[in-house]
Design a protein around this ligand. Sequence first.
Ligand SMILES: Cc1cc2nc3c(=O)[nH]c(=O)nc-3n(C[C@H](O)[C@H](O)[C@H](O)COP(=O)(O)OP(=O)(O)OC[C@H]3O[C@@H](n4cnc5c(N)ncnc54)[C@H](O)[C@@H]3O)c2cc1C
Ligand code: SF4
Length: 480
Amino acid sequence: MAISPKKTPISEQDPKVRAHNFKEVCLGYTPEEAMQEAARCLHCKNAPCIKGCPVAIHIPDFIAAIKDGDFEKSFDILSQSTALPAVCGRVCPQEKQCEGVCTVGRMKDRATGMNNEPVAIGKLERFAADWKAAQPAVKPEPVPYNGKGKVAVIGSGPSSLTVAGDLAKLGYKVTIFEALHLPGGVLMYGIPEFRLPKAIVQHEIDNIRALGVDVEVNVVASRTVTVEEIQKNFDAVYIATGAGTPKFAGTPGTNLNGVFSASEYLTRINLMHGYEFPAYDTPAKKSKHVAVIGGGNVAMDAARSALRLGAESVTVLYRRSVDELPARIEEYHHAVEEGVKFEFLTAPTEYIAYSGDDKNEMGKLVGVKCQRMELGEPDASGRRSPKPIEGSEFTLEIDTVIEAIGQSSNKVLLNAWPELKTNKRGYIEADEATGGATSIEGVYAGGDIVTGAATVILAMGAGKTAAQAIDEYLTAKAAK
Ligand SMILES: Cc1cc2nc3c(=O)[nH]c(=O)nc-3n(C[C@H](O)[C@H](O)[C@H](O)COP(=O)(O)OP(=O)(O)OC[C@H]3O[C@@H](n4cnc5c(N)ncnc54)[C@H](O)[C@@H]3O)c2cc1C
Ligand code: SF4
């Protein structure tokens, strides 16, 4: 049977409607649609898709189970490799990973001579996870204590949830310390509701809690509990405190009223119920014309959130071209469909303050001076570096700027723990080959606090290998 060149279409909210609400954009496959899409998979012997997946999910097998209508089996196969399939199915950059190397996506369609679309692996993963979540709840049973030790996990993002789940399944006593009032890390406070509903993340956290993991929120490790207390009370530690400190470009006018970091903007919306506007009176700025600086996932999330909070116009300023955009391609397309404007090869040079007579308006942002760029030779990162074009300056009328140009490591814990070695970029030195071992015996680290801002699946992958390493370490210690 010939394979359909295109992915099975998936329902989405109408762009005109969804641009004004925070409900999830993608509505997911029906069982029939999922089975139809699963039938496009060739079950390749060499399975390049598995090699493209940072946690090596058994992709052909979970898809074959969907094709057979055995969704329970499909979920079980996924669960062998990932604790967060509903999350990964929604936010992983599949086009750069599993789907990017899928054999179907490399075959040419005879009729058009164009490349086929790869199998919709991410959407199928999401389908299996959502199907399972809709079944009568069977909470996982805690595994009896193995007597080999207690583990402290600092932070509660995807890396921490993975290490905690895997260690609990091996019978360890695990306590997660989270500084914020909700666990989940960026999954809760960064990625907006319209991409990753909080209920989905909460469901996955509930499952990890059901395994016996103790989650203590409002606890800043190094302040609420000291480093000494943690070392005294636990046999091993896993640090996954992320890269949550925003960077600013240092553009003149950054201190004006109306200039935000994307971290602050998104955290207010996510943790202070901005996404449930108008039911909650969240202190979020009512903006008319918004400029978002940057081109990654964070920039797309900020731009689309600003639109949903009622902005008349939202413009993304990105200093390279669309081909270099680091955001997931699906999110870029969604943003365009919803009405977000893009000024490529454009950089802000100054944020302009109000200059009239009204004293109440003093210090407020009213515009952004911009300059057009052209791409020169590749820089240290291998990407062609943008260079300003003389005489190309122009000004946009803007009352809100959201800078989404990257994050750096959170220093609160690192400053209190000088024995913990960090690298030149300010991230923890952890040896991947030994499952994230740090300069301190029994202390492991992974996720964005080691790699710098990266992806959910890489953070999870680090958590998986660290769980194995911590198990080996504590097993050896217990045998002494
Ligand atoms: C807006 C946004 C959108 C993104 N979109 C995507 C996407 O679409 N796909 C993708 O793959 N990746 C995406 N990412 C990146 C991804 O979310 C991160 O790579 C991932 O969450 C890193 O996980 P982590 O476990 O290392 O840390 P985090 O998720 O950052 O969690 C760290 C946690 O540690 C807590 N913490 C920090 N210090 C302490 C302390 N001293 N004591 C206690 N707790 C502490 C923090 O409060 C936080 O909850 C996005 C990131 C952002 C910000
Ligand atoms: S590479 Fe694509 S077609 Fe081959 S097994 Fe993986 S998902 Fe199926």
